[in-house]
Ligand binder design. Structure first.
Ligand code: URA
Length: 235
């Protein structure tokens, strides 16, 4: 791919703007030698204003989403893209979230520009569990774990019962829930179905991948090892 298109696709500007950056000598190699638009160089050696380029296509990252941010490219209010470098909104291929978390849910959110990987992650065949922690408005009654594990719980406006899910009680109003599927507002609707109300919801784990020490609002790029962990391919 031509350098101008490659750099424009990373969100640095329109092709015209990137051509202007070449003309101004802002695009160099690692030694500071000015590059020209028709040079043939590897992504890794390119610098813009002395800075390495953003990751090439094939970017996958995890974001510690705070509550209050919407998983959308355009919406009113705060968006998950506000937490990433500005350029990430304008990448081609598009960087999108893998599924969604509700605006009021915090925790682990995956984002990728790799369509095949996205489909693999969300595919039921990959069997990637999702683990949530919920703080509840009411004390747990004691029958919730059995109801959630039954495989018979039918949520309002669904026509199929939920797959069995595991509930671990962490306190009178605090629980961890492991899901093996992903339906719309699933955790909130499950607790509503047993007469409770979710006050705060946090996703701690997807497949084998956990947030670790990634602070709220922070993100990090995932590498092949992280993806192996995600899919449970590590020993
Ligand atoms: N279940 C919910 O209710 N909300 C989320 O954001 C994720 C799972």
């Amino acid at each position: 791919m031509k350098l101008v298109k490659h750099i424009a696709n990373l969100g640095y500007g329109s092709r015209k703007q990137v051509q202007g950056m070449f003309r101004e000598g802002r695009i160099t190699d690692a030694e500071g030698e000015v590059l020209y638009a028709d040079d043939k160089v590897e992504h890794a050696v390119i610098r813009i204003d002395g800075e390495p380029l953003d990751p090439p296509p094939g970017l996958t990252l995890m974001l510690h989403k705070p509550a209050g941010y919407t998983c959308s490219t355009k919406d009113i209010g705060r968006l998950i893209y506000d937490l990433l470098p500005d350029r990430f909104r304008d990448r081609d291929p598009v960087l999108s979230s893998v599924g969604r978390l509700d605006r009021d849910t915090s925790g682990l959110l995956l984002m990728t520009d790799d369509g095949q990987l996205l489909h693999r992650i969300v595919s039921p065949r990959s069997k990637l569990d999702k683990v949530y922690e919920a703080h509840l408005a009411e004390d747990l009654r004691g029958d919730e774990a059995a109801r959630f594990a039954s495989g018979e719980l039918l949520l309002e406006s669904d026509d199929k019962p939920l797959l069995p899910a595991e509930l671990e009680v962490l306190g009178p109003r605090h629980a961890r829930l492991t899901l093996h599927e992903g339906r719309y507002h699933q955790v909130r609707r499950m607790f509503a179905a047993v007469g409770n109300h979710v006050q705060t919801l946090h996703r701690c784990k997807v497949g084998g991948l956990e947030l670790g020490d990634l602070g709220e609002g922070r993100w990090r790029q995932l590498d092949a090892g992280d993806l192996a962990t995600l899919f449970g391919e590590t020993d």
